[in-house]
Write a protein that binds this ligand. Sequence first.
Ligand code: ADP
Ligand code: MG
Length: 320
Amino acid sequence: MSLNEFSLIEHYFSAIGQAEGVVLGVGDDGALLDIPAGQHLVVSVDTLVAGVHFPLDAAPDDIARRALRVNLSDLAAMGATPRWFTLALTLPAADRGWLEVFSRALAMDAGQFGCALVGGDTTAGPLGISIQLMGLVPAGRALTRSGARAGDHVFVTGTLGEGAAALQLFEPGLKLTGTVREHLRKRFYQPTPRLQEGVKLRGLASAALDVSDGLLADLGHIAEQSALGAELQLSALPLAPWLKKLAHAETVQGWALSGGDDYELCFTVPPANLAGIEGMITDGELVASCIGRMTARVGVRCIDDSGELVHVDRAGYRHF
Ligand code: ADP
Ligand code: MG
């Protein structure tokens, strides 16, 4: 790396976020991080490629926020608290204007979510951003995908389908009002990682993940890794009222079941902990809905109000 490139990193990336536990950050061959006794380090990485995960003409601040937040969502799903991250940036050119806007948005989000940039890599090539997030969780308390039992209740936080609906933004010719457009744009570029929810679910949820590939596919991951199946009550899917007005009921249901990019938490709750979760929901501490049960019979099935099986053929977003 040339001195010029190093001064660029120094200028834009050396002071991002809160530096708690950072013994040595940006500028050496590696970062030194202090892991407190009794804590596990949770590590997760996600790559966003221009033209694949965001449109080629996306604004740099939008890209920065989406890149950080989809990673934070993975930590939320583990019940972890974010601490540090590294950034591998592939840039077509060292465009100062672009870097200024990108790094400022990244700094704001890193500050808001309490994590510090401790290193990275900068290379020339087609635009791509890889962020590796590191966080802490008390040893033995992480939420995983494999702990569900038959009979556990299936919950999801927030509302579903907006991530998929947001892809409509990129369809030319679709008529959307300004408010809806802005809401979808925000939902796509600034998803809310459910970090507080993840922490609250420690000790109560038997399994959890974030909905990134679509509810059916993601619940399928919990089911598979727990060697179970699941039954989803279609009428219980949490849908925003404004979303229901955007398209036919079937389309909206498709977005909610198979669309992906929602970054809500899907989690399972053993009957013994149900009252605890419901209490938090009633008290307004947790926004979540019960959408089904885990079953001993494998496979994820959707049922309507009369208990009839409904065939849903889309299996969620697959990258390849
Ligand atoms: P090396 O060649 O030893 O891997 P680099 O020249 O790639 O080191 O990077 C120099 C320093 O700058 C390292 O501390 C690295 O972590 C940091 N760095 C490089 N790119 C970035 C970036 N995009 N964001 C934050 N830190 C970065
Ligand atoms: Mg390097």
